[in-house]
Design a protein around this ligand. Sequence first.
Ligand SMILES: C[S@@+](CC[C@H](N)C(=O)[O-])C[C@H]1O[C@@H](n2cnc3c(N)ncnc32)[C@H](O)[C@@H]1O
Length: 346
Amino acid sequence: MAIAMTTGYSAQTEGALRCIEAASDWAIACVDALPQQSAYTLIDYGAADGGTAVGLWNSVLDRLHERQPQAHYTLVGNDLPSNDNLALAANVALQLSRPPSPTVLVSCRSFYEPLMAPGSVSFGFTATAMHWLSQSAGALDTHTHVQASGDAEALSRFTAQAMRDWNALLELRSKELQVGGRLLTVNLSRDEAGLYLGHNGGRTRNVHDQLHQIWREMADEGRISADHYRAATVMNFYKSPDEFMAPLKDTTSAAYRNGLRLIDQRTVYVECPYRRRWKENGDTASFASGLMATIRSWSRHSFASTAGDAAADELYGRLEKRIAAAPDEWSLDYVEHHQMMEKVAA
Ligand SMILES: C[S@@+](CC[C@H](N)C(=O)[O-])C[C@H]1O[C@@H](n2cnc3c(N)ncnc32)[C@H](O)[C@@H]1O
């Protein structure tokens, strides 16, 4: 399924950077557990322009190099063909100038396809990417995001698609990993209380409801057609911890049969950095434009691809005004699930 981040991704997504930082302890734990060998392959699945993960890969490569100065390292940045892959190539190349000077590669394919040779990956990492579905789970009649829709039928349709996708993803990754290799997935999720990105239990407004309200308003005013209103659906899904762990607890799943095992999991909350800064400096205009831009970075494609650029621009203009008019009622808080896995001999 074609999805795309807006250009200048890492400049607009400080929250995603904080989410990667919050997972760096487990990334180091993963590479510390790798067996001693002469060459290692590391891959970042769904890296966007790679800017948010430069620090993480610095730390991981430093750690591996310290433990094994003679080994050769290969770092692969992956994202869709529609991504800004030139920017990704430039960001992974930032690792070249310092020891251990890895080989760097870019893989411009979907992570729903086999990406690496069987048994070749030592450490696989992904952040804030695998909530995107591989294909449409169908339209929503009354909302733009399934998890805010309250539509039970749509929810079961999206859950089924999300679980097919997650099983397929883990099967693919379980083939690519070497025995003894580790996979760390850092994904947007839904916690036990039902909280997810943009829904913090009512402390501030539900961001998905706000996007939908503006979209509905534009349909009511005739700025977009009824078809555009219905077709604009954000095709992602925030899984629960049980849903993330399911293929690793099911001993008949393909990933399990290939030797993929759960080591540990946790849910981590990352508070909105834009709101925190606004609380410190009271600069409402910067808060409104920064928060709007970070929401736009992941949602714009869903609106622009169905109703066009002008309609999408109007949506985000209205969103920025809403934030500026009531800043205390806005925040984009992240709920991320970390899952550490290892491949054992099957
Ligand atoms: C929110 S960005 C996260 C980028 C980066 N990992 C981070 O944490 O800052 C999500 C990325 O996932 C990518 N993505 C979505 N579906 C994908 C797929 N099927 N294959 C590869 N990348 C995908 C998008 O293109 C986008 O760049």
